[in-house]
Design a protein around this ligand. Structure first.
Ligand code: KG4
Ligand code: ZN
Length: 336
């Protein structure tokens, strides 16, 4: 069987990324131009600035991917691109580029859902991970438990009712005075703290619910800091970070195991930017061992936004000829 070489482009938020992946597993190039330094002084992503930076970055980032892979454009079998969800202006830059290239090369265009891309970081690294799987998708914008029956059949078992897990990390990091993006910074601080120092609330919701809620926890942290400041009590910020992280991780892990048990899955998959968190990875792996279920956590660099995961998702779409028309549009709130 001939090899399938896919160029994928990802510009849904603040990383301009391009990757070349063969047969959905062999990563020949995985280039990411991060805009963190640009957005840091604003404390978050500024959409208009992100779009402009994508415009500046997209041509050199793709050129670097092609050079790294040692390929010319004519060596590509398809061009894949993230078309949602994400910032509309940011998505449009990648889309315009990908559509133009697919048209010029007369190769198929493949539109990829960003969260499906996160899920396929798992198949990129573990092509034979046993299905059905329970997949916890935790990113800056989304938190969902997804039942993956096959490559074409999936179902959402639960989702956040308010803040996404990554959003909670970022907001709490901000009140702790940590720089953007807060998730990784908070994890670093938490390493020096005691996760049992403060008993922050865990939102289990109704009996049997696989939904999540993190806004109450976020408020509890803010109230704790506010109360300490008013009463002049000294606060150990590392303890606050560790106790907050422990509360998030406990709920995520418990509900993921519940989902896997309820659906009698053969494995558990962790996906999305928050999957880079080592406490979450360790706790989920331990809980999986106890439940007798293999847990797959892609390496941290594949968990946060990148284009290699988009190329992998695109490969499975390529196999079933799931191609997009050249008038494919950006859909900021694309459902999974
Ligand atoms: O998937 P991603 O790169 O972008 C989105 O699609 O949103 O996820 C970014 C989110 C941010 O909220 C970031 O703070 C969080 O993932 N994150 C982490 C860690 N690394 C990234 N959260 C906790 N611990 C980490 N190590
Ligand atoms: Zn993402």
């Amino acid at each position: 069987e001939p090899a399938t070489t896919i160029l994928a482009i990802e510009t849904s938020c603040d990383e301009t990324a391009a990757a070349i992946v063969i047969n959905g597993t062999e990563v020949r190039a995985n280039i990411i131009a991060s805009q963190i330094a640009t957005h840091r002084r604003f404390g978050g992503v500024v959409p208009e600035i992100a779009s402009r930076r994508h415009m500046e970055n997209i041509v050199p980032v793709v050129a670097e991917a092609m050079a790294t892979a040692g390929l010319s454009f004519t060596g590509l079998d398809a061009v894949a691109v993230t078309y949602g969800p994400g910032l509309v202006g940011a998505l449009l830059v990648g889309l315009a580029y990908a559509k133009s290239l697919a048209y010029a090369l007369d190769k198929p265009l493949i539109g990829v859902h960003h969260l499906l891309g996160h899920i396929y970081a798992g198949f990129l690294q573990y092509p034979h991970l046993p299905l059905p799987a329970a997949c916890l998708v935790v990113s800056g914008g989304h938190t969902s438990l997804v039942y993956l029956e096959s490559h074409t059949c999936r179902r959402i078992l639960g989702a956040t009712r308010d803040d996404a897990a990554g959003e909670a990390f970022d907001k709490v990091a901000r009140v702790l005075g940590l720089p953007y993006p807060g998730g990784p910074e908070l994890e670093k601080l938490a390493r020096e703290g005691n996760p049992r120092a403060i008993n922050f609330p865990r939102a289990w919701l109704e009996e049997g619910s696989l939904d999540f809620s993190f806004s109450g926890l976020k408020s509890a942290v803010i109230n704790y800091l506010h109360h300490a400041r008013q009463t002049g009590t000294e606060v150990n910020l590392a303890d606050v970070a560790a106790s907050f992280q422990a509360a998030v991780v406990e709920v995520l892990v418990t509900k993921t195991i519940q989902a896997a048990r309820r659906m009698a899955t053969r494995s558990i998959l962790l996906a999305g930017g928050v999957a880079a968190n080592s406490s979450l990875r360790q706790e989920l792996a331990a809980a999986g061992r106890e439940a007798g279920l293999p847990v797959f956590c892609p390496s941290p660099a594949l968990c946060t936004d990148n284009a290699a995961m988009i190329a992998c998702a695109a490969y499975y779409q390529y196999l079933r000829r799931d191609f997009a028309p050249l008038d494919l549009n950006a859909i900021p709130d694309l459902p999974l």
